[in-house]
Every structure is written in C-alpha cells, then in structure tokens.
Design a protein around this ligand. Structure first.
Ligand code: NDP
Length: 318
C-alpha cells in the first residue's frame, strides 16, 4: 500500500447511517457512496465511531456513537431530536425543503378543494342518494381565503404557490415576512390573520411556543365554517377542541395528516368523524436523492469551513 493510499484511508471521514428499515439504509448507503465517494459510508452499528451521524429517528442508542461532529436529521421537523439526549455541542442539521414543498402543496390543495367544492355536503348527499345540483357556483374558483401558519421552507413554498394559482393568501410567522404575493402577519396581528382564514393550514414547527396553539380560542377566531388543514405536528392541536368546533359548526371540516398519538389509536373519535379527511403522516416524505444531495453539500461545506444550511437553533427550538 502506498503512503498516499494509507493517508487517504486514514483521513477518510466516516458517515454512519441509521434507519430502522435495513433496506432503506442499504439504498441510502449506495446513494451516499455515489455522492461522497471519498467518504467511508456505513450502516450504524453499536460501539462505532463516526464523523457524521445521519438518522431518520433519534433512537437513543445512536447518540452513543463516538467522535460525532455533526448530526443530520433525515427530515424537516426536529422536535423529536430536540427531545432526545443529544451529545453536547454537536450541531444538528435538518432537511430544508428537499422536495417536500411540492408534496405539501399538493396535500394542501386536496384539502382546499375538499372545502371549496363542498365535498363534505356532496359526500353526505351521495350517501343518501341525493342529487344536490346547484344553478350557480358557491364561490368563484381560486377565491377561498387561505391562511398559512409558519412561513419557513415549507409554509412559504405552499403560500407562494397557492398565491400563484390566484388564491388570496396570508402567512403568519414569528418574524413578519415581506412577500409580494402573500399578506404577512406576525404575533401583533395574529387575530386579524385568523379572522380572514377560511382555510387555515398549519406548517409550524413543534416548539414550546407552538404546542397546543390550535385550541378552542383559536378556532373561535376563524370565520364560521372554516376548514383546518394540519400538515405539521399533532401536538399543535387540542384534539377535543377540534372535535367540539366540528360539532358546533364553527369548523366545517378538517384534513389531518398528523396526530397527538401516532398511529392513531383504534378507539380515537377522529376515525368516525365524516368531516375529517385523514392521512397517516405522509403529507411530505423524505426523498432519498434530495436528502443525500443536501446532506452531501452540507458535509462538504462543513469540511471546507463553510456554513451549513438547515442548522437547528437550539434556543428557538427549530
Ligand atoms: P421552518 O423551520 O423552515 O419554518 C418554521 C416557520 O414557523 C418559520 O416561518 C417560523 O418563523 C415559524 N414559527 C416558528 N415558531 C413560531 C411561533 N412561535 N409563532 C409563529 N411562527 C413561528 O420549518 P419547515 O417549513 O421546514 O417545516 C415546518 C414543519 O412541517 C416541520 O417542523 C414539521 O413539523 C412539519 N413537517 C411535517 C411533515 C409531514 O409529513 N406531515 C413533513 C415535513 C415537515 P420565522 O420565519 O420567523 O423563523
């Protein structure tokens, strides 16, 4: 073995990949090997040392890995990682958009159309074999007032694309944005934002400030008969309050992709509520090629002493 080869083996940085599904991990290893051929890419194993730890879920055992310099989450939301016992002083980096924006947009549109085209009423009619014809449209196409909570990588993508379709769109975030096509709000006028959100889309991160935010008080501030779309986290929502708002007619319906307990327990009342469209936490899944590309760029940036994208701010909680 030449000196050059010996030294390149010695200096090769190790990437440890963890996913509960070994086929998923095997596919990921192949993609990382192509993206970073100079790196030593391995499935995570107990007692190993690695420079970079890449994981979908924050399994406690993986944080025993020695010498880790950066932890990469294979998702956009990092609330579960932040609740775990992470090694002190190691940056945590999440995925930014990475092909999830278009998936979120499509899911949001599904809910908006369900509301705007009266599918709840029509589905009820169908069940009773009623032909609920109408001589005039209920509303002009693309006129439903949309409110997006969270104007980050995904919320902003959804808001701006809905605005491009012609919807009047408002966006709410911690720091007020300035966007040509979206009317932007922050905490100082949150009630005004809610008052005109016929369809409210949640794309906030789960933090100590946003947990339980969506409750009876919030629903009461929406227009009567509004529609709620939750694409973020179940713990944003007080589920009993959501059911009460549906029962009272304050909400006409909801599309829920996420729940306080997942999988949703068999006895949960959401299963039987016909005003709720449910999907099992798949609004936007991690796309391996996009994820590998982004994490690969970040690893190379880190090694070149450049800033990485998507570094989580531990003090903000997202
Ligand atoms: P970002 O971190 O890019 O954006 C977060 C946005 O929320 C920012 O605009 C931020 O404001 C705003 N925000 C944070 N805290 C508050 C607060 N207290 N009050 C008001 N606004 C606040 O997140 P992403 O867009 O990448 O992702 C959003 C969430 O989507 C993820 O955290 C995850 O929970 C969820 N998700 C769900 C998936 C699914 O399949 N269902 C898949 C992927 C993600 P500011 O701009 O001022 O910082």
């Amino acid at each position: 073995m030449t000196n050059k080869t010996t030294s390149s083996i010695k200096s090769a940085k190790t990437i440890a990949l963890y996913h509960a599904d070994s086929d998923y991990t095997a596919a990921l290893i192949q993609q990382f090997k192509k993206r970073l051929p100079q790196h030593n890419v391995q499935a995570w194993a107990p007692d190993m040392a690695a420079d970079y730890l890449v994981s979908w879920k924050p399994e406690p055992k993986i944080f025993t890995t020695r010498d880790v310099k950066v932890i990469f989450a294979l998702g956009a939301g990092v609330d579960a990682f932040l609740a775990a016992d992470l090694p002190e002083g190691v940056p945590l980096v999440r995925l930014e958009e990475a092909g999830m924006g278009a998936q979120m947009l499509e899911m949001a549109l599904y809910g908006i159309l369900h509301y705007a085209r009266d599918m709840i009423v029509l589905n009820n009619g169908r069940r009773n074999k009623q032909w609920l014809g109408r001589s005039t449209p209920k509303r002009a196409p693309f006129s439903t007032q949309i409110g997006v909570m969270g104007m980050g990588q995904l919320g902003r993508y959804v808001a701006e694309h809905l605005a491009q379709l012609g919807y009047p769109v408002s966006g709410y975030s911690r720091t007020r944005k300035d966007l040509p096509s979206v009317t932007c709000y922050d905490d100082s006028d949150f009630d005004a934002f809610l008052a005109q959100s016929e369809v409210l889309i949640n794309l906030l991160p789960l933090t100590q400030h946003t947990q339980d935010l969506v409750d009876a008080k919030l629903f009461a501030k929406l227009p009567q008969g509004a529609y709620f779309i939750n694409l973020a986290r179940g713990k944003h929502v007080i589920e009993e309050d959501l059911l009460a708002a549906l029962n009272s007619g304050q909400l006409s319906g909801a599309l829920l992709d996420v729940f306080r307990v997942e999988p949703l327990p068999a006895e949960h009342p959401f299963w039987n509520d016909e005003c709720i469209v449910m999907t099992p936490h798949l609004a936007a899944i991690t796309l391996q090629p996009d994820a590998v590309e982004q994490i690969g760029d970040n690893i190379l940036a880190f090694e070149a002493g450049q800033p990485m994208h998507g570094v989580v701010d531990f003090s903000r909680g997202y």
